[in-house]
Design a protein around this ligand. Structure first.
Ligand SMILES: [Zn+2]
Length: 192
C-alpha cells in the first residue's frame, strides 16, 4: 500500500498509513463495482483529535465526496463546507471559522515510481489496493482552508478585555523601546 502525490505532504502520507484501521473516511474501491460513489462525510471533533490537527479544537464540516470509478483512472472530487474552531489572532478566544474548499483529483492505478506520481492533484495507488483513504486529503484541505490571519469576522465579537490588555502591553513595549539610551545614561549621571 502506498500513496504518492505532490499535493499531499509527507506528514499527511504518514497519517494515511496510521489511519488505516478506520474505515469511515475511505472509498471501498474493491467492493465498488463501477460507476459513481457519492457520499457526504461528517468531519467533527473525533476526526480532529484522531488526526491531531494542531490549532484546531473542533469542527462541523460536511465533505461531499464524488468518486467515479473507471478502469485504470478514477476521478475524485471533494467539496468541503462548514466551520472549524480555532483561536482568534486578535483576542485569543476560540471561535467558529467558516471554511469552504474544493479539490479535484485523479486517482491512477499504477506503480510506485509512476511518472504521474509527482504530478499535482494525482494520487497513484497500487493495483492491489482495495480502498482509498480520504483522511490525509481531508486533513490537507482543512489545513489549506485556514487563512494566515484568523480573526472573528466581526471585530465586536472579539473579547474586549483581552484586546485592550494586549493593546496596553503592546503600547508599553513600544514606549520602552523608544526611550533614547543616551538620556538614560544622562539621567544616571544626575542621579550620581
Ligand atoms: Zn477575536
Amino acid at each position: 500500500m502506498f500513496v504518492e502525490c505532490k499535493k499531499i505532504p509527507i506528514f499527511a502520507c504518514l497519517i494515511f498509513s496510521m489511519s488505516r484501521t478506520r474505515d469511515t473516511y475511505t472509498i471501498p474501491l474493491q467492493s465498488l463495482k463501477e460507476g459513481v460513489f457519492d457520499e457526504v462525510l461528517e468531519i467533527g471533533k473525533e476526526f480532529i483529535e484522531a488526526q491531531k490537527m494542531e490549532g484546531v479544537f473542533d469542527a462541523d464540516v460536511h465533505a461531499k465526496v464524488h468518486f467515479v470509478k473507471q478502469k485504470n483512472l478514477h476521478t475524485l472530487s471533494i467539496v468541503m463546507k462548514g466551520t472549524i474552531s480555532v483561536a482568534c489572532d486578535r483576542c485569543l478566544d476560540v471561535f467558529a471559522l467558516p471554511i469552504e474548499m474544493s479539490q479535484d483529483m485523479v486517482v491512477k492505478v499504477g506503480e510506485k515510481n509512476d511518472e504521474l506520481a509527482d504530478a499535482e492533484n494525482v494520487i497513484v495507488i497500487a493495483p492491489d489496493e482495495t480502498e482509498i483513504g480520504l483522511s490525509p486529503i481531508l486533513y490537507e484541505m482543512i489545513m489549506l482552508s485556514i487563512p494566515l490571519k484568523k480573526v472573528h469576522p466581526n471585530e465586536k465579537d472579539c473579547n474586549a478585555d483581552v484586546v485592550s490588555y494586549l493593546k496596553q502591553s503592546a503600547n508599553k513595549k513600544t514606549k520602552q523601546e523608544t526611550t533614547d539610551p543616551r538620556w538614560d545614561s544622562l539621567k544616571n549621571m544626575f542621579k550620581n
